[in-house]
Design a protein around this ligand. Structure first.
Ligand code: ADE
Ligand code: ZN
Length: 329
């Protein structure tokens, strides 16, 4: 079995976090921005631990200034992602990095990303949709501007609303206004939780923000009652094992709870999060899941189907992707 050639659905991919370091370094050079300190001697992103990761991530966003930059970024990311068999991806993209939360400016960035996504669909056979994302450590007031951008541009490319960033800042209820606004506009909702926070953070996120997907969610494993509740409600976890290993959310691949979550009946999907930051790809994730937990074609088909069912796209797109996932005759 070639892990690379298996068609894949990826639900949890940060657009800026997927930026190849070479691309960011090149853009920084073009604009005379000195961000050399975020790269190691091999040109990879350099950081240690989650807090520094977030700082490096934000520094890497500095050269991304114009809609044209985001057009180029989207194409570069999709070319790379498609190489690993991904046929459908949802990407987190934040208005905070695209006009600072101003809706008029946001529309220009969005149009640029959409244009790149259309070209990538034609040229690389990958379909992309966007989840508009608030950054938690920018605070609840700024989150409202992201929610407004999401509400104003829902439909077509924009399919969901979510939140990433420093999970331990504030409680989910602090962001309820933003999630309510997005929900009222019709957007489905996801939020990072249980990557660093405990089961209480996952439970509060589901209860207070009304999400039907959770980014990571792995620490739910510590509470069997919560696990049953998640399984029963059909809340889907966007699990990113390689990210968890590199950032130290789990000790190593062998101690990652992904298989235990599945055994508990939880709907589990697999994604890369921020692939170049974690030296991962969807191919590598699948390879490591096979090596560590003995996953085979059946397991990969199951996570793909779970992801496709949980995708926020419209039904025509879902049907089109379903065809691409069918085994070759
Ligand atoms: N933003 C990008 N990657 C993230 C992660 N793993 N956790 C929280 N916020 C993020
Ligand atoms: Zn993430």
């Amino acid at each position: 079995m070639s892990f690379q050639s298996i068609p894949k659905v990826e639900l949890h991919l940060h657009l800026e976090g997927a930026a190849p370091p070479k691309f960011i370094a090149g853009l920084a050079r073009e604009k005379n921005i000195d961000i050399s300190k975020i790269f190691d001697e091999k040109g990879n992103y350099a950081y240690q631990g989650f807090a520094e990761f977030l700082n490096t991530y934000e520094a890497a966003c500095q050269p991304l200034k114009t809609p044209q930059d985001f057009y180029r970024l989207t194409l570069a990311v999709l070319e790379e992602t498609a190489k690993h068999g991904v046929v459908y991806a949802e990407t987190f993209v934040s208005p905070d990095f695209c006009g600072g939360g101003d809706v008029t400016l946001w529309r220009e960035y969005l149009a640029a990303m959409q244009e790149a996504a259309n070209e990538a669909e034609r040229d690389f056979g990958i379909t992309l949709r966007g989840i508009i994302t608030a950054i938690r450590h920018f605070g609840p007031e700024q989150a409202k501007t992201a929610a407004k951008c999401a509400a104003e541009t829902y439909g077509d490319f924009v399919v969901g609303f979510g939140m990433a960033g420093a999970e331990m800042e504030g409680r989910p209820t602090d962001f309820a206004y933003s999630f309510d606004m997005a929900r009222e506009a019709g957007l489905p909702l996801t939020c990072h939780a249980g990557e660093w926070g405990g089961p209480d953070m996952v439970a509060d996120t589901i209860r207070d923000l009304g999400v039907n997907r959770i980014g990571h969610g792995i620490n739910a494993i510590q509470d069997p009652k919560l696990l049953s509740e998640i399984a029963e409600k059909g809340v889907v976890l966007e699990v990113c094992p390689g990210s968890n290993v590199v950032l130290g959310a789990v000790k190593d691949w062998a101690s990652h709870p992904i298989q235990k979550l599945r055994d508990a009946g939880v709907a589990v999907t697999v994604s890369t999060d921020d692939p170049p930051f974690f030296h991962t790809t969807m191919t590598y994730e699948f390879e490591m899941l096979a090596k560590t937990f003995g996953w085979d074609e059946k397991d990969f088909a199951e996570v793909n189907q779970t992801a496709l069912k949980a995708a926020y796209c419209d039904e025509a797109t879902r049907a089109k992707i379903a065809k691409l996932l069918e085994p070759a005759q």
